[in-house]
Design a protein around this ligand. Structure first.
Ligand SMILES: [Zn+2]
Ligand SMILES: [Zn+2]
Length: 376
């Protein structure tokens, strides 16, 4: 039985450099330091951001232990950790919440200044507990969920109800919650309002779910894949536009479906560069609000300036504006009570050793989420 003083050898998905293949190799996971916890992963999942990480975007250091969505059980804790104990079921997060810094107390943002997003891929002390053949490994931000064990700082770890479905818990650790939070915390969608969601992956389906919860009465989903229609409907979408079927632009089609005025809110979840302008154009002149949460791999993209000249608002968001403890715990509660049909997201599953299959599966039209099962 491992304990806090032992190094654990286990399997993890590794990428040695931008564009290099992903390999499953044995790594060493050191014991947690004072404020840290070592987590035995139960399951993980694949998010589109993982594909951009492998390409080295946006701030990735190599060699890299992959994965940022997942759920696990605390195996051991550092001696200063008070809020977590061995056996707790936890979601590793990539942003913390101190509840004391200027941003946390502002009530306006989830971007905590004390426990920020770790762009270095290292823990707060600028090291990591994971290594391979003596060489330090980096995380994706502060997670490495495609690993049988990982160490995270307790301030970047959320305890959840142990009866939560592990696959569903993994889905809410990034993608779904990002969309859900964007509707809830960033747009603050109002009852009776109208919404367009561009891109119906887990993020877009989360935005639909959030808009529905807040009482939006018209929720238009847009995707080039017809198979996403029934997924959107399961989460509360009222209308569907199959992108690419018409000579008209998507924003024109949205306006036609809304009496010519456009909608109150839109969510750009696809990361497809030209759709950013389209998503803003799809909203009402003077009052429309667009939340950009899709991550492409182009750092600079062309944008139609006139779309925001007419009083519309475009806002970016990380993790849908959800605070990693106070808000994510509410989403986790809803997940545990099965208030969202998260089983609709679960389309494929692979063992960690077949991780490369997961990338192939994600290209299939019927794929929403690939769950990665740990072998232990
Ligand atoms: Zn803070
Ligand atoms: Zn993600």
């Amino acid at each position: 039985m491992p304990n806090t003083s032992q190094v654990i050898s286990c399997k993890a998905a590794i990428c040695w450099g931008a564009g290099k293949p992903v390999t499953v190799e044995e790594i060493q996971v050191d014991p947690p330091k004072a404020t840290e916890v070592r987590v035995k992963m139960l399951c993980a999942s694949l998010c589109h951001t993982d594909i951009s990480s492998i390409q080295g975007f946006p701030y990735i250091n190599f060699p890299l232990a992959l994965g940022h969505e997942g759920v696990g059980v605390v195996e051991s804790v550092g001696d200063q950790v008070r809020n977590l104990k061995e056996g707790d079921v936890v979601i590793p997060t990539y942003i913390g919440e101190c509840q004391e810094c200027e941003n946390c107390v502002s009530g306006k943002t989830n971007l905590c200044l004390t426990y920020p997003i770790r762009l270095t891929g290292l823990l707060p002390d600028n090291t990591s507990r994971i290594s391979i053949r003596g060489q330090r490994l980096h995380h994706v931000l502060s997670c490495a969920t495609w690993s049988e064990y990982m160490v995270s700082d307790a301030n970047y770890t959320l305890k959840v109800d142990p009866t939560i479905d592990p696959a569903h818990a993994s889905f809410i650790s990034c993608g779904f919650s990002t969309g859900y939070g964007a509707a809830w915390k960033e747009a603050k969608v109002e009852s009776g309002s109208s919404v367009a969601v561009f891109g119906l992956g887990a993020v877009g389906l989360g935005a639909i779910s959030g808009a529905k919860m807040l009482g939006a009465t018209k929720i238009i989903g847009i995707d080039k894949n017809e198979m996403k229609r029934e997924k959107g409907e399961a989460f509360g979408m009222t209308d569907f536009i199959k992108a690419g079927d018409s000579a008209k632009s998507v924003s024109e089609l949205v306006k036609e479906m809304s009496g010519g005025m456009g909608l109150d809110y839109s969510f750009e979840c696809s990361g497809v560069a030209p759709l950013l302008t389209e998503s803003v154009e799809a909203t009402k002149v003077g009052t429309g609000k667009t939340i950009a949460i899709g991550t492409g791999t182009e750092p600079i993209i062309p944008f139609g300036l006139t779309s925001i000249m007419y009083g519309r608002t475009l806002k970016g968001s990380v993790f849908g504006g959800l605070k990693a403890i106070s808000d994510l715990s509410i989403v986790a509660n809803k997940c545990q009570k099965e208030e969202f049909p998260l089983q609709e997201l679960f389309t494929h599953e692979v063992p960690l050793t077949d991780i490369n299959k997961a990338f192939e599966l994600l290209k299939k039209p019927n794929c929403v989420k690939v769950v990665i099962k740990m072998s232990h």
